[in-house]
Design a protein around this ligand. Structure first.
Ligand code: 4AD
Ligand code: MG
Length: 461
């Protein structure tokens, strides 16, 4: 007999004379003539109730079926007489596969998120984290569906790279040199020509530059992979290792880029609502009461768009006392971004055309000479979830930008070649997968939407 997943048992349309279930005991309650076990196998938020009659030959083993133990149950799927569930299983044979004693940490509900982070190897067995990681899995699939259905090709960009795409210097070095006694140049500096790759190498901060190569060949491409940033920001929205989705589209300008970003975000929300309804209900009950209403609100309206210059005017006119006062030319801080999305526009807003000096070398310079075609999508509760731009396709302007950013042309020879041979206007963006998950689940800390969080000072598991 093959195993039935709890999810499928719960959705059965008729009773079943024989069923095999395997999972973990969430709770057990012993009455005089029966025991009731709630069995969960992670296929759904809900477990199934198993009834074990005290007359069963195995019944003596019931005491081993404690919370956390793994269990195999054979029996009958019958209509439940109790309330709250349609089906339950009457056990005919049960086997405790792996016991769990009273030290099992997930005995009772009501653990703090901080405590659960310390037991990241067990937290997927809790209701909250089971739900988070089912949504994560589903949305990873939906991302591929979204792009594949629109004729985009999936590109695997390298994880080890020699270039700093974002130019922010937040790179993790990849090296096999002896840290105690590294080879030195005559000037006394570390000699990276002796390192594994013959030059300095890092973990990628973005697959964009390589995605641009493929966009100028396959037209529409996307990447979806791990991304690393050694930024020492201990916030609820920054991780040192996170996943990013980066589409890159040839023959596309900033408008088309903003349209795609909006369509993409809405698609993912709709997909989660359709395929993870039970999990989203759980979040709206226990994590964020406004979640479902907010997601509907976001789906129903077009996102707002506003230029950086307008954004600064709005912030200045607000009469707020900012922790970081803002004037034209300053970076928007989290407090500004959240004000725009949460209080001013009260919905997702794309801010575009940022000052040239604030943004990386690859963004297209506008005719005003002062701004570049950057775009950041800001959402209520989180702030930036997408950063993107139209790329500079003009060789001479790009070279000038690189000089302004002190980037040596010889290291970007291949990137410049894309402008030498068949250059086209093209655009793209990066969506932080964890930030999107925070938005869809209402979970407030990035550490709780990634299986094993890497943040400054933490790389356990
Ligand atoms: O705005 P960013 O830095 O843009 C880029 O990397 C571009 N190369 C993307 C592109 O145009 N192809 O990062 C994009 C997104 C951010 O909006 C944010 O959602 C996420 O990546 N992100 C982070 N997520 C978690 N932890 C961090 N430390 C993050 N840094 C960026
Ligand atoms: Mg950004």
């Amino acid at each position: 007999m093959s195993r039935t997943l709890v999810k499928d048992a719960l959705h059965a349309t008729a009773p079943m004379d024989s069923i095999l279930l395997q999972g973990w005991v969430r709770t057990r309650r012993d009455a005089k003539a029966f025991s009731f076990i709630e069995l969960n196998d992670g296929s759904s938020l809900k477990g199934i109730q198993v009834i074990a009659d005290a007359g069963l030959p195995d019944y003596a083993h019931i005491a081993k079926a404690n919370t956390g133990a793994s269990l195999e149950v054979r029996g009958r799927l019958v209509e439940s007489k109790g309330t709250g569930q349609r089906w339950e299983v009457v056990a005919e044979k049960f086997t405790v596969i792996g016991e769990a004693d009273a030290t099992y940490p997930l005995q009772k509900k009501g653990h703090t998120l901080e405590f659960l982070r310390e037991i990241a190897h067990l937290r997927p067995r809790s209701n909250l984290f089971g739900a988070v990681f089912r949504v994560r899995s589903r949305l990873a699939y939906a991302i591929h569906q979204f792009f594949q259905n629109r004729g985009f090709h999936y590109v695997h960009t390298p994880i080890i790279t020699a270039s700093d795409c974002e130019g922010a210097g937040e790179l993790f070095r990849v090296s096999t040199l002896d840290p105690v006694n590294p080879p030195k140049t005559e000037q006394g500096a570390i000699d990276y020509t002796k390192d594994f790759f013959g030059k300095q190498a890092y973990l990628t901060v973005s697959g964009q530059l390589e995605a641009e190569i493929f966009a100028t060949a396959l037209s529409n491409v996307y990447t979806f992979g791990p991304t690393f940033r050694a930024e020492n920001s201990n916030t609820s929205r920054h991780a040192s290792e996170f996943w990013m989705i980066e589409p890159e589209i040839a023959f596309c300008d900033l408008q088309g880029n903003m349209d795609l970003a909006e369509e993409f975000v809405k698609y993912l929300i709709r997909d989660a609502k359709e395929h993870c309804a039970g999990d989203l209900e759980f979040f709206s009950k226990f994590v964020d009461k406004d979640l479902l209403a907010r997601l509907d609100f976001v789906l129903e309206r077009p996102f707002q768009r506003c230029s950086y210059t307008e954004a600064v005017e709005i912030l200045t006119a607000s009469g707020r006392k900012w922790e970081h006062p803002v004037a034209w030319g300053d970076n928007l801080q989290s407090e500004h971004e959240r004000f725009l999305a949460e209080e001013h526009f009260k919905c997702p807003v794309t801010v575009y055309n940022y000052p040239r000096t604030l943004k990386p070398f690859y963004m297209r310079v506008n005719d005003d000479g002062k701004t570049v075609t950057a775009m950041d999508l800001l959402v209520p509760g989180i702030g930036e979830i997408i950063g993107g731009s139209q790329r500079e396709e003009r060789l001479d302007v790009l070279q000038e930008n690189m000089r302004a950013h002190h980037l040596p042309e010889k290291e970007y020879w291949w990137y410049l070649d894309l402008r030498r041979y068949g250059t086209v206007p093209h655009s793209g963006f990066g969506l932080g997968f964890e930030r999107m998950l925070m938005f869809v689940t209402g979970v407030a800390n990035i550490r709780d939407v990634i299986p094993f969080a890497r943040t400054p000072g933490t790389a356990e598991f």
